[in-house]
Write a protein that binds this ligand. Sequence first.
Ligand SMILES: Cc1cc2nc3c(=O)[nH]c(=O)nc-3n(C[C@H](O)[C@H](O)[C@H](O)COP(=O)(O)OP(=O)(O)OC[C@H]3O[C@@H](n4cnc5c(N)ncnc54)[C@H](O)[C@@H]3O)c2cc1C
Length: 683
Amino acid sequence: MASTLDLSGLHPTNEAPVQKSDDAAGYYVLGEKLVDPKAPSGPIATRWTNRKFENRLVNPANRRKLSVIIVGTGLAGGAAAATLGEAGYNVKSFCYQDSPRRAHSIAAQGGINAAKNYKEDGDSVYRLFYDTVKGGDYRSRESNVYRLAEVSANIIDQCVAQGVPFAREYGGLLDNRSFGGVQVSRTFYARGQTGQQLLLGAYQAMERQVAAGTVQQFTRHEMLELIIANGRARGIVARNMVTGELETHLADVVVLATGGYGNVFFLSTNAMGSNVTATWRAHRKGAYMANPCYTQIHPTCIPVTGAHQSKLTLMSESLRNDGRVWVPKKVEDCEKDPRDIPEEDRDYFLERIYPSFGNLVPRDIASRQAKYMCDEGRGVGPQVKEVGPDGEERLVRRGVYLDLTDAIKRLGREAIEEKYDNLLDMYERITGENPYEVPMRIYPAVHYVMGGLWVGYDLQSNIEGLFVAGEANFSDHGANRLGASALMQGLADGYFVLPNTIRDYLADGPFEKIDESHPAVQEALASVQERINKLMSINGTRSVDSIHKELGHIMWEYCGMERTEEGLKKAIGLIRELKKEFWTNVRVLGSAESLNQDLEKAGRVADFIELGELMCIDALNRRESCGGHFRAESQTEDGEALRHDDEFAYVAAWEWGGEDGAPILHKEDLIYTAIEMKQRSYK
Ligand SMILES: Cc1cc2nc3c(=O)[nH]c(=O)nc-3n(C[C@H](O)[C@H](O)[C@H](O)COP(=O)(O)OP(=O)(O)OC[C@H]3O[C@@H](n4cnc5c(N)ncnc54)[C@H](O)[C@@H]3O)c2cc1C
């Protein structure tokens, strides 16, 4: 493996882990170890440069004879379609929205990281690499992360050239701010709409290729199956969501850039449509799902107000640059107007516990501390009913303050408006409270998934010809993603990595010609039709949404911010019951031959249920705490995540075990040579 060839000589190679505890015994089968056949070697700083040179070229005339399917038009898919189209390949691009511009990436608020060191505050490629590996609690692959840090600067140049209106300082230079888990300012932003502006950049680059004829665009198309012929991914089955018609599309290579699956929890900050179907269908066809239990719970979201809600709203982490997080010191003050609580009675708990990083500790840490404060009874806002660990119902306040008062005093209201006005307007519209006058109330919510389809260094899954990019793959963030790193990864994958690695794959072309009559195509089409028929025919009494909500409740309760062996086992049992309930008692309205949002949702929820079970098994197996995966059984005396590198320094890559079979676990050892594994500390 790459690790043994590293020449940097910084740190000794660590030992491969040996797993001793096995809470999940009986829930899975242990498979062969997994080794990335494309893992690079050599000093970490030259790995990507060498790989780009070693990868074979495809001459421009031959590119016109090769085709690529890209599912997803968010930052990862949009960037890949634009770049591969520009290179001259025939690209077919798919999304389920009515425009590529509506991909979930548009919601990203806070910013995008890059190691430009414009502030001369000590940033560098190595520091971004270091912060990201540490932030992910040493559960990511170091070669991938280094490459990400390396190309980060190119992303900003590319986007500026496209006209993305990044915030600028008075002198005209691009401005930066800080995000959690770092002590430098490396986050580029466009007010609170960074994702939207970046997506418009990628979209216009893609539309240029649509006009040039290299990219064909299929909106309102949902991929429902992957076509694998002779061991290679060769196409997809998609449903035209307007007419209900099933279509097959074939190509020489397939890219999934289909985003994250946080909506398995029902309530999340993700767009309502975000789902797991594309990657889960590929998983069922043999693609490994890696670290599915690694979920990011973001500390600064508007708290849940009641059972009626179907969506949660993020307040960007960028607010933690200027906002101070606190709760009252005394339980009896929790009902008071926060403005009446004097300074000496406030507990700025993040600043108190983590003096070095203060309010800018990573998300997993800030989230857990907010939860502890509320568990102690020092939460604020309305009381909500919940069932405690003892099974008893209780009333708890689930909120902490994010207070801009000091910043407004220091910088003036205008400066704060300039940076955050759209976020603060959104907060006021949702809560009815003016954040310039009253401290905002926030609480952690599901936001992002670090898990996803397993890919090697070239972003190819274990299925030949199936590449996976953006949030849909597992690759770069380990057990916790740092803020502003998802946009960086999506654009790195789409603009810079895939165009270099896919060409090496395509250099093997021309590939065997296949058409609609190929048995693999027919089999995939028939299986989709059969599944739709089944969904339409159950005709039970439960709405799709009610089942989704129940699943979300189970996931949040037992596989959310804190996980235990007992809780996870209970969750697996409940999910299995829910799966039976779904397939015998769901009611899907409407018809399959037309626009049918109920049918769309039903397919997605069926996949979420299976994914939820695998997430719990993955979490059960990993009897350690790392990043966003917090096992109550594995914590330090201070309540921090306690890793067990001797047992769990591996990527858990799960193979589908069949409809009634147990999933098969393949372990890919994580071996660090350019960075030393340490207990994370932000104190
Ligand atoms: C509220 C919010 C704010 C955020 N802010 C930031 C931030 O400031 N900085 C940061 O770095 N990250 C941020 N993130 C995370 C970041 O936005 C996402 O991780 C990232 O945009 C994902 O991009 P993507 O291209 O991988 O997928 P997406 O943007 O989710 O796009 C997925 C695409 O796949 C398509 N698709 C999916 N399934 C199918 C299917 N079956 N058939 C056809 N098409 C399909 C969709 O139509 C869509 O086009 C934020 C996330 C949220 C929820």
